[in-house]
Design a protein around this ligand. Structure first.
Ligand code: PDD
Length: 285
């Protein structure tokens, strides 16, 4: 069965799905996106993703390409046509096609793309295995709270991680504080047992998985702090993990080749993954 994608009003075979060369997303990275997990045919945390998409569009003054209702119908149709049970939906909205000029075009002409991809079904044991990460200097722009398609610095850092045989790279600012990963948020359990993740600000993308973990932590009386933490603190932490739509909760075993805690999957990390997996299960209809 061939993949079907949605491009500006049409459902087309994925291999023929294309946009114009003067789309501002292509020329200026002038666009935003969302990645939403599909679990047993259900979109996970759809409300949170649509809220963040709204915010990203507003911050960049990009118009919605269609009504929220129409967008919802298109997303479900892409899931249906691709028969996705487990996987992701990718949504991208750009300022659209206009003669190349840095200033915004006079007329709104947002371009809208939806693609879907199958993934193996979520499995607790394979997710709970643990990963190694590296750290790298923070080189991104100052509006990381916007889920912009301008991801070159993220790509360079992720490639650096891959070449080091690692799953992820954490960005470290000049003052030694960690912001987040290239495609995920960063968490530690300090030597004193404090669960910490960086507070939401312009410095990080406020992950929907991050928000859901905070929700399940609260529900289970697990205290956490939203504050900046340093690389030094991370290296002496008991546990560390990452969170994202595609990685869920993934324990970190080594940072820059140094073991975190005893180098095994942390107790609290595994617990939060289990609570997060229940949070996904609760959305299956
Ligand atoms: N990445 N920080 C960054 C820089 C990200 O790119 C992502 C997500 C996150 C976690 O956000 P969420 O929990 O909403 O997925 C944090 C997606 C999955 C991606 O670019 O593929």
């Amino acid at each position: 069965m061939s993949r079907i994608s949605y491009v500006n009003g049409h459902y087309v075979p994925h291999c023929n799905a294309s946009v114009h060369i003067e789309d501002r997303g292509y020329q200026f990275s002038d666009g935003v996106y969302e990645v939403i997990a599909v679990h047993k045919g259900n979109l996970i945390d759809m409300g949170g993703h649509m809220l963040r998409l709204t915010r990203s569009l507003e911050e960049l003054e990009i118009e919605w390409p269609a009504s929220l209702k129409a967008i919802d119908i298109i997303i479900h149709e892409v899931i249906r046509r691709n028969r996705i049970k487990d996987g992701i939906i990718y949504i991208q909205i750009t300022r659209g096609v206009a003669p190349r000029d840095h200033v915004f075009p006079d007329h709104h002409n947002s371009a809208f793309v939806v693609t879907a991809k199958r993934f193996p079904s979520f499995d607790f044991n394979s997710t709970n295995k643990g990963i190694n990460i590296i750290t790298t200097p923070e080189t991104r722009w100052q509006r990381r709270d916007i889920k912009s398609v301008s991801l070159l610095a993220n790509c360079l850092a992720k490639e650096k991680a891959r070449r080091a045989g690692c799953y992820e790279a954490w960005f470290v600012e000049d003052d030694g504080m960690i912001t987040e990963g290239t495609t995920s948020n960063s968490w530690i359990v300090t030597a004193k047992g404090e669960l910490v993740t960086r507070e939401a600000s312009n410095n990080i993308l406020n992950g929907i998985t991050r928000l859901s973990i905070m929700k399940v932590a609260k529900e289970n009386n697990i205290k956490f702090s939203e504050r900046a933490f340093s690389l030094e603190e991370a290296k002496s932490a008991k546990e560390a993990f990452i969170s994202s739509t595609t990685s869920f909760v993934r324990p970190v075993l080594k940072i820059d080749n140094k073991r975190v805690g005893d180098g095994k999957v942390g107790h609290l990390s595994a617990k939060l993954l289990s609570y997060y997996s229940n949070h996904m299960k609760a959305q299956i209809t």
